[in-house]
Each structure stands twice: as C-alpha cells, then as structure tokens.
Design a protein around this ligand. Sequence first.
Ligand SMILES: *[C@@H]1O[C@H](CO)[C@@H](O)[C@H](O)[C@H]1NC(C)=O
Ligand SMILES: *[C@@H]1O[C@H](CO)[C@@H](O)[C@H](O)[C@H]1NC(C)=O
Length: 493
Amino acid sequence: MAKRFIILLFIAAWLSGSASGQRDHPRGRSFDAESHPVKHPEEQQTQYWVDKAQEKLLSKLAEAETQTANTNKAKNVILFLGDGMSVHTVTATRNLLGDSAEQVYFEGFPYTGLSKTYCVNRQVADSACTATAYLGGVKGNYGTIGVNGQVPRYSCDGDAKEENQVLSIAQWAQAAGKDAGLVTTARVTHASPAGVYAHTADRNWENDWEVANRGCDPAQTIDIARQLVEQPVGQRLKVILGGGRQNFINTTVNDEEGLPGLRTDGRHLIRQWLDQKRAANESANYVWSRKGLGLVDLEHTDYLLGLFANSHLPYNGDRDRKRSQLADPSLSELTEAAIKVLSRNQEGFFLFVEGARIDMAHHDTYARRSLEDTAEFARAVQKAREMTAEDDTLIVVTADHAHVMSINGYPEITGLAQLADDNLPYTILSYANGPGYYSGYNRAEGRALLKEENGDDVAVYASGPYAQYFSGNYEQSNIPALMARAAGIGPYA
Ligand SMILES: *[C@@H]1O[C@H](CO)[C@@H](O)[C@H](O)[C@H]1NC(C)=O
Ligand SMILES: *[C@@H]1O[C@H](CO)[C@@H](O)[C@H](O)[C@H]1NC(C)=O
C-alpha cells in the first residue's frame, strides 16, 4: 500500500536535467552529508542561528520604537494576485531564486495573514468565484463571476438582476474619482481579471459563441469581452493589459499575428473600444506587441489597451526575447506601464495585477515554469513598490486558491528524491493530480483523477497604509473591504 501514498510524478524538464542523478540514488540508501554537502557551512554553527534571531529581535525592537502603524489614507491600492500561488509555490520559488534562506520579495512585507478561499457551493474554490470574493467582497458559486450566491452557474439571466450583481473595488474607486486598471498574463476576459468589471453566470462566456453554445441568447446574456468594452466599469478602465485578442474579433478575422478570432457576431471590439474613446476625445492607444508598448507616450495617454497574444501570454520562461517585433512584454514591464498611466490621476488609482500562469503551469505540472512565473510576479511587485510610496500606496499580494503541488522528500527541491517502492526515484515537487499525473503513474492502478485545486488557505502579504489590517486569518471576501477602508472608498469607507 505504501506506494499508493507516494505520488509518482516526473517533471520532464527536471528529469532530463538530473538523469545522471538517478545512478546516485540506489534504492533504500539514505542521503548523508557526503552526497549532499552543506551549501552554507556557517549554518552548522549555533552562533549563526543565534545571530539571525538577534537580528530579527533588534529589527522588531526598532520597529516598536520608531514605527507607529501607518494610518494614512491609501491614495492608491494595488492588488497583486498570484493565481494558484500556494504557500508551497512561494517556498519552492525561494529555491529557484537561490536557496532556502532566500526571500521572495513580498515575503519581506511587514504584515502577513491567511485568507480562507472556499466558495458558497464548494469547499475547493476556482478562479471565478474567488475573484468575486477578493475583488467584490462577496462569495458566490463556483464558476460564476461578479454575482452573488443566488445565481447558479450557467443561468442565462444570472447577471440580469441588479441585486445579484456584485460590484468590485474597481467600481468603488471609479465612483470616488480614482482611476482603475488591470494587468494579467492571461486573457483579459479570463476569470480573475473578469472579476474587476464583469457579472456572469459562467466564466467560459468570454465571447458570444460560448454563450450561444450553452443555449443562451448572446443578445441577452452579454459575453465577458463585450462587458469589458460596453459596460460602465470596463468602459472606464484606463489600463487593460494582457492577452486574449481572440475574444475581441470574429472567426473570419485574423489578428496581428495571423490568428483568428472566436466571435461569431461580427463585432470587432478592439476597433469599437478605440472608436468609443476617440468619440469622447480621449487619447487612447491600442498596442499588441512589446515594441508597440515601448512606443506609447504613457505620460500623455488617457486609455491604454494592450492585447499581446491571441490567447494567454506565454510563460515567462517561454517569452520571445529575440524577435523585437513580436517579443512579449514581461509582467513587470506591463505593471510599470500601468502605474505610469494610472499615476496621472491626482485622486489616485486601483490596479489589479495577476500572475495568471502560475496556476496554469501547475495544472500542466510544469513546476519550473510555475516557479519562474512566480519569480517574475515577485519582480512586478517589487517594481510597483519601488515606483510608489509606502506613505500613500497600499500593496496587497495574495493568491486566489492554493494548488496541489507539494514538496516531498529530502535532497534539493529541484532534484530527485529517494527511490520509491517501484525502484524509481520521485521528484521533490509532486502533484496530486493534473495531466502529468497519468503520465507518471499507472492508469490501471492509479487513483481517480482529481480535477480541482485544493482548499488550503492562502497567504496575504501587505505593505503601505493600513497594511496592519491584513494580519490574522480571515475570509477572502474581507480583502476588498479592508483595502477599501484603507482608501476611504466604496461601501466600507
Ligand atoms: C462572423 O463569423 C460568423 C461565423 O463564424 C460568420 O457567419 C459571419 O459572417 C462573420 N461576420 C462578419 C461580419 O464577418
Ligand atoms: C479635443 O481635445 C483637444 C485637446 O485636448 C481640444 O483642443 C479640442 O477642442 C477637443 N475637441 C472636442 C470636440 O472636444
């Protein structure tokens, strides 16, 4: 039975990289100091750890003396969302960055808490219902976005009743005279960013064809891309940066990279967006490449729409860094551009930034891709913190839900652990489900495929005005209330 409990999953990239390692791991031999030399000899000394603890105490004492809690009004609020970024993911990213003692940038933020991610009808949440929680302050049903728990998934008229719609903190910011924007490495109509501006009974309704495919009338049930361009919150977003041109153009139309759209209603929503802004005499720019983004005069741009891929942006590790015309911008570059545009409003702004592909890499069990995207996500957080002042800008970093990746076994995180009962080594980072599960495990004997993420709490890291609000353990739906209170906007002001 023992082997049943060991999930044998091989992450191809690492396996090939560590193939020679297999010979060093004969069955049953334990790992001693000789085969795994200590990386930092100073860690073998008691004094090293005592000094580290003293350092921590000194900084805490200094904080107590000099720091009163930051109770400034938050002019700006930036919410960073690492999709599927479990605590395990952050831990493993430290190793990617260097070693276990390394800190991922936002781990240095002064306040940390835990948020409870379940949704109304599921213990284990998805990116849709969690978006309603961390952006709108209300929990809804699995698969739905921007609507409360009265709305069952796939109900055609689910978004129709105003009392069932959940407004997001982006709307609260706009109503208070601030600007709002979103940045994501996914399609801008994907579940998490849709929480900023959409109300829909199904996360898949990103275009009219998907709506019709579920038996609803696309003229009544407005798809997510159309909501972004035609409905008030989306219309007023000053910055929209991500992927997903496919949901803006018809199947008969090709995008700048020659790839077709998915719409069947003939709408060209990119053109529609530009026409709208120009009709209102606003300066608006649409860009589709890193080069195009570089040419935009961000200090004189009212509205910026950047759709850099037909679907999602590539994993950070797969970004095309050579061909300048088609090169893809990084999440930190997108974040920098967004802050430049939004900073033009003296009243401040709300910005949502999503590292979307951390989760997608996990789903495909590409652990290294996932950690690289987490590292780039951390660079984006750092860029934002450096561009803004702790005095007036609250930055909150969290995840929507955790993931099933776990850290098992003894030697290095990116290597192979001992041999299991079947004489094969297993990787330290393993997945309890996902497509890689079957490729590494005997289908006939294997466990049932679990499709979901897991229901763990996720961490929340905060810096800036009222960051102290974010310590402790609370509902994910409390997050927008705490942010809004810090900024003095919306129903929680
Ligand atoms: C859009 O696509 C649909 C089907 O894919 C097609 O029937 C229709 O003619 C197209 N509309 C335009 C305006 O090209
Ligand atoms: C549009 O804006 C420009 C520059 O801000 C201004 O000179 C012009 O009068 C405006 N036109 C209209 C029709 O509002």
